[in-house]
Unconditional design. Structure first.
Lengths: 354, 354
């Protein structure tokens, strides 16, 4: 593997000194870029794009060719894992993801397989290897997976949900079954992330998009516990470097302390948390990644710059901050605004790293 | 007016002793009840139902005839206020609310009128008077309104929104205009709630459904400040009793202290907060209303009972708790489960009020 030319991300995630605050954007390879939409059209469906390592590599690199980002993130989808567990993922245009075989009873939970990442999700590992080759050491590559609870919401509901009626119904009335489902999913996710690391991912992020819809009690028992289980099974060193792990529960602002206690290296923060308070609470244990409201990218470049300055000042001096949006970039953002954001982070952060 | 036979709600909101914990449910007059669906069909559209005081009274009382609830809440919609400000509210079946004239520029903000509640929203005041007459002192009647920020999201977007692009765009780039819009809306809401109190509402609740999509800085400046403005203008006594005010920001769990400092009497809590911690933080200043996950009503009566017990134990001994769901009851809940919930609160709470 070629030497890493820009290791700001890895250093900041491990709370080591950097020259400027590293920055990347969740969903930075995505629909807001015309070049992404062109590749997507060439590929066919969204899943065709995910399953084509060359094209997945192409879209992963597109934002790096436009902006001086400090990380690449694998282009994929969190639902590849349940798909490989036998649920039959498909996408209906404008309808979001769907599963042919949702997991709604004991028989379905028992029937779930644990995929072999190189066999059943080989297209993801091929994408990781292709991206690493093409990145040629420019920036590190982040791998990712969904949290077991987040995956379970789709697996039980059969797709996206507004009310979480079925998945919470199972959690409340059949906690034994829900624990079995989550244990299997955590096993699958652990193997999947370890395979990504073996294939070349240099940091990994666990997306707990739906942990924030739980009570604090249920969050601990049904979401956090399984992220902890994954953390205990992850490869934490590869190619002679530490592989930092980022945990992100959207809406988890009240639970930062228990999240930081899992043994992860960094927490993703959404924009509803104050980063100064978050640092005071957990900054001695973990790095923080975030947390500009993605809607700022609808505002003028001057206003974006002002918000970046506020967040940098909030975090303050020293190591342990990776700048990001508090959630994925929206599909209808003008790429120039994204550029203004990234530029502002690099320009305005230097004084915080004397 | 006839004497109030059950004043548990009013006492608990003012942190005065009660015999058992009072309970009501957000959206208790709603689609989960077959009798509601029948009245709704008779009325015509949703707005026809809101604008017909006799039928609005009928649906307000329906849940009280089924369950031993400790409060009635006016059947209406938060968007009646912007409608009366000239925006032209209409509902598209399955599409949610829409405005014919969204407020997206300076001219539209300047053109906004402040409605006279008895003239322009007389149908709401007539409903309040009719309900009070028909309640005949059984339980108190809660009036309500949306928070200025929450109303502004609909007013600027022209309806419901997922991304809040337009309203946040205006907030970020034209804060002056947003403040003007919010000031006018707060003035309208203050007059509207005071008219409800004059017509017979015995407590009022401000629903800040979308305050939780803001950063802590923007929440203070664009949502909380305007709820505070309303609080300063509200009639706090009527018919010789205090009129308690409940503030509810969905997703506001991190901001309870500053919410409690507004001078309100009680805070609504969604289910993502731990009620024991919430009481430790603000229980000396305000009562707490909440906070069972509405999805518990998909679970078995035994499981519902267990959750009620957990929340009662969390709040602990003494006054200042109104039991409720953490958000509105879902339309597809079995009414028997709602009944099991209400029964459990009364049965299990007696030991906490020795």
């Amino acid at each position: 593997m070629s030497e890493l030319k820009n290791d700001r991300l890895l250093r900041a995630l491990l709370r080591q000194p950097v020259d400027v605050t590293p920055v990347w954007m969740m969903r930075q390879a995505g629909r807001y870029l015309p070049e992404y939409r062109a590749t997507r059209e060439k590929a066919g469906s969204f899943m065709d794009l995910c399953q084509n390592p060359e094209l997945a590599c192409e879209v992963t690199l597109q934002p790096l060719d436009r902006f001086p980002l400090d990380a690449a993130i694998l282009f994929s989808d969190i639902l590849t894992v349940p798909d490989a567990m036998g649920l039959g993922l498909y996408f209906e245009e404008g309808e979001g993801p769907r599963f042919k075989h949702p997991v709604q009873d004991e028989a379905a939970v028992k029937a779930l397989g644990i995929p072999d990442p190189e066999d059943d999700l080989g297209y993801v590992m091929d994408a990781v290897r292709t991206i690493r080759r093409e990145l040629n050491g420019r920036v590190p590559l982040i791998g990712f997976a969904g949290s077991p609870w987040t995956l379970a919401t789709y697996m039980v509901e059969g797709g996206s949900t507004k009310h979480f009626a079925k998945v919470k119904g199972m959690m409340f009335d059949r906690p034994d079954l829900m624990h079995e489902l989550l244990t299997k999913t955590a096993t699958a996710v652990t193997a999947y992330l370890n395979a990504q690391i073996a294939a070349g991912a240099q940091a990994v992020m666990i997306f707990d998009t739906w942990g924030g819809v739980l009570t604090p009690r249920d969050y601990r028992e049904f979401s956090l516990a399984y992220m902890e289980l994954i953390l205990r099974g992850l490869t934490r060193e590869s190619e002679g470097r530490k592989v930092p792990v980022i945990l992100f529960t959207k809406g988890g602002g009240e639970w930062l302390e228990i999240m930081a206690d899992t043994g992860c290296d960094a927490l993703g923060l959404d924009w509803t948390s104050d980063i100064a308070l978050a640092r005071a609470r957990v900054g001695g244990l973990v790095a923080l990644q975030g947390n500009m409201d993605p809607c700022l990218l609808y505002a003028s470049p001057q206003r974006i710059r002002q918000e970046v300055a506020t967040i940098l000042e909030g975090f303050g001096q020293g190591a342990g901050h990776v700048f990001n949006l508090g959630h994925g970039i929206h599909p209808n953002i003008d790429p120039e605004r994204a550029g203004a954001f990234i530029e502002a982070v690099h320009e305005l952060s230097a004084p915080y790293h004397p």
